[in-house]
Design a protein around this ligand. Structure first.
Ligand SMILES: Nc1ncnc2c1ncn2[C@@H]1O[C@H](COP(=O)(O)OP(=O)(O)OP(=O)(O)O)[C@@H](O)[C@H]1O
Ligand SMILES: [Mg+2]
Length: 257
């Protein structure tokens, strides 16, 4: 799992969408699963797309409101010819619902009839429908309450361990990324400023911007939090690089993990 972090508007979603073929890259090079996507023919790119699952940033708008949850999950199976009809897709749909710990009784409901956390798990089920080699999860839990977020993330890492797909995990939350990802990339203003193992990025970030991001991650200890907040305010005021580790001698996101 590669975590892609960066402030709002830095280009995280754009990168995810370009990889999945949802927006066209206008130049440069984009290699996905060993294949150059820019300038490629639609016919050659289509099989790559079927190997990519996408969980969208906003769970409320990522489903067609007129389709039931079962229809939404079955759609990629039908579009890519893995099933000819809903009845053929049904066993796979129930298997996927079960994998994300959703009851099969939710299958006939419409997206607005699910809670945010349930909807995001249904969205994960759909993204996994075609057994993707790569899953792009764009802020999959950012719109959720913290406790619901933890539940979705647990299902997420459990499935990744079981099914073995690679993940591009997009988030502005370094604490969440630090818990899940093996490598972390930091994006700022469309530019990749840091890419290393999660351990190294969290313990000794090379770029001042990453240092500031780390300093702004909340910690559960109110005393430490107050110290960090003061430190962060000083940093913002001075715009100088922070020391790599906090006063407690540990990178904050590692502590949280
Ligand atoms: N379809 C579009 N047409 C033109 N500009 C766009 C389009 N989509 C995004 N942008 C711009 O590209 C930049 C990067 O947007 P992007 O959605 O990738 O940011 P992000 O890092 O995902 O931010 P956030 O954390 O808020 O989701 C922004 O300045 C945005 O306004
Ligand atoms: Mg985004």
């Amino acid at each position: 799992m590669l975590g892609l972090v960066g402030e709002s508007g830095s280009g995280k979603t754009t990168i995810g969408r370009a990889i999945a073929g949802l927006v066209r890259a206008s130049g440069g090079s984009l290699r996905v699963l060993g294949r150059e996507m820019i300038g490629g023919k639609e016919r050659d790119i289509r099989p790559i797309r079927s190997q990519i699952g996408f969980v969208f940033q906003d769970p409320a708008t990522s489903f067609n409101p007129k389709m039931t949850i079962a229809d939404c999950i079955a759609e990629p199976l039908i579009v890519h010819g893995r099933a000819a009809s809903m009845s053929q897709a049904w066993p796979r749909v129930t298997e996927l619902l079960d994998a994300v710990h959703l009851s099969a009784t939710l299958a006939t409901r419409y997206p607005h009839e699910l809670s945010g956390g349930q909807r995001q798990r249904a969205s994960l089920a759909r993204a996994l429908a075609l057994d993707p080699a790569l899953l792009i999860a764009d802020e999959p839990t950012s719109a959720l309450d913290v406790s619901v977020q933890a539940r979705v993330l647990k299902v997420f890492s459990e499935l990744q361990e079981r099914l073995g797909f690679a993940t591009l995990f997009i988030s502005h939350d370094l604490a969440v990324v630090g818990m899940l990802a093996q490598r972390i990339a930091v994006l700022r203003g469309g530019e990749l400023i840091e890419l290393d193992t999660a351990r190294r990025v969290l313990a000794s970030p090379a770029h001042p911007y990453t240092q500031r991001l780390l300093a702004s991650v909340p910690v559960p200890d109110p005393v430490a939090q107050a110290q960090r907040r003061r430190h962060w305010q000083e940093l913002v005021a001075s715009d100088r690089p922070a020391p790599a580790v906090t006063a407690e001698g540990q990178a904050p996101a590692v502590r949280e993990a």
